[in-house]
Design a binder for this molecule. Structure first.
Ligand code: ZN
Length: 346
């Protein structure tokens, strides 16, 4: 089969022919219909410090996809060939304390397909049965291919109360942009979005943000405090990982508000714990992955309701053979979700 492979520990990737994966007793082989490029795929492509420390090439990378079941192992009962599926690509161990207490999304021994083992940038992918998600047939493949990052957004927005609360979303990469849409349909109001890149600020407006802030020339803290009689936002979602944005997030947070952090800073961040968290009575949450499968049920319900429009965020569609072009577009910041198809698909 054709696959996008990181052949060695260096920048770049190659389109190569590799064997179709063998299917174990509890595995599902999926014929990929659509795949999408994540920010972490870009890191892998560019071979940053994180990928150099984590990956063991050769590896088929990619972890956002959907497809049709081609073949199942002897003991698989959840799906059969022909079923329309996506998958949770964080493979939990099922045995650690967190897994045994209903929190597999923070498994101590998680392995990520497309990072720690072969992923979905290929014509076929093998996934353990327990990780398979059956996609509602009414949902188009381009939307099912972005369930992974959309799930991050759903998990973050819905990690606390939402309806009628004011919400600030800092950082409008794909997950921040999805979060604006999810917050909107979940009844948050008003929604502030802060983002440095003009292309992404436009998308933030399209997704329904009431006020879009350019932090390079505007002060997000003053704007949020100014529009709330000094009270601040009841919920802040930190999606950028930028230390300055994180500090601003706390300064604009209402007393007793919720701060949910998903963006990953590349270095330790200094906070004023007394003012930012303790006296503020802030609820601070780290958000990792998607709750399995609670987030998936909610996400599919939101998409199926028709209220959540993902179309503005799918900015490019191309063959997987043109993947380098997709990577370059994302590096330029002039793209949001890039959907790729295996050869022979539109
Ligand atoms: Zn575990």
């Amino acid at each position: 089969m054709l696959a996008i492979v990181k052949p060695e520990a260096r920048p770049g990737a190659e389109l190569m022919r590799v064997p179709i994966p063998e299917v174990g007793r509890r595995d599902v082989l999926v014929r990929v219909q659509a795949m999408s490029i994540c920010g972490s795929d870009l890191h892998i492509y560019q071979w940053d410090r994180w990928s150099a420390g984590r990956l063991h090439p050769p590896l088929v990378f990619g972890h956002e996809f959907c497809g049709v079941v081609e073949k199942v192992g002897d003991e698989v009962t959840l799906v059969r060939s022909g079923d329309y599926v996506s998958a949770e690509m964080h493979v939990a161990c099922g045995e650690c304390y967190q897994c045994r207490t209903g929190r597999a999304h923070i498994c101590q021994r998680v392995r990520i397909l497309g990072v720690d083992a072969d992923g979905c940038f290929a014509e076929f992918i093998r996934v353990p049965e327990v990780n398979i998600w059956k996609v509602d047939p009414a949902i188009p493949v381009d939307y099912a291919a972005v369930f992974d990052p959309l799930g991050n957004a759903v998990h973050t927005v819905l990690a606390g109360e939402v309806p009628g609360l004011s919400m600030a979303i800092l950082g409008c990469g794909p997950i921040g942009l999805f979060a604006i849409g999810v917050a909107k349909v979940s009844g948050a109001h008003p929604i502030w979005a802060s983002e440095v890149h003009p292309f992404r600020r436009d998308l933030a407006r399209k997704m329904g943000a009431n006020c879009v802030i350019d932090p390079t020339c505007q002060d997000p803290v003053q704007i949020v405090l100014g529009e709330t009689d000094g009270r601040g936002a009841e919920v802040v979602l930190e999606m950028s990982g930028n230390p300055e944005a994180i500090r601003q997030g706390f300064q604009m947070l209402s007393r007793g508000g919720r701060m949910s952090l998903l963006g990953i800073p590349s270095e330790p961040v200094t906070l004023n714990l007394a003012d930012d968290i303790i006296f503020r009575g802030a609820l601070v949450q780290g958000i990792n992955g998607r709750r399995v499968f609670d987030t998936w049920y909610k996400m599919q319900g939101l998409v199926k309701s028709g209220a959540l429009d993902l179309e503005p965020l799918i900015t490019e569609r191309m063959s997987m053979t043109d993947f380098k072009q997709g990577m370059e577009l994302l590096i330029s910041g002039e793209a949001c979700k890039v959907i790729m198809y295996p050869p022979g698909r539109p």
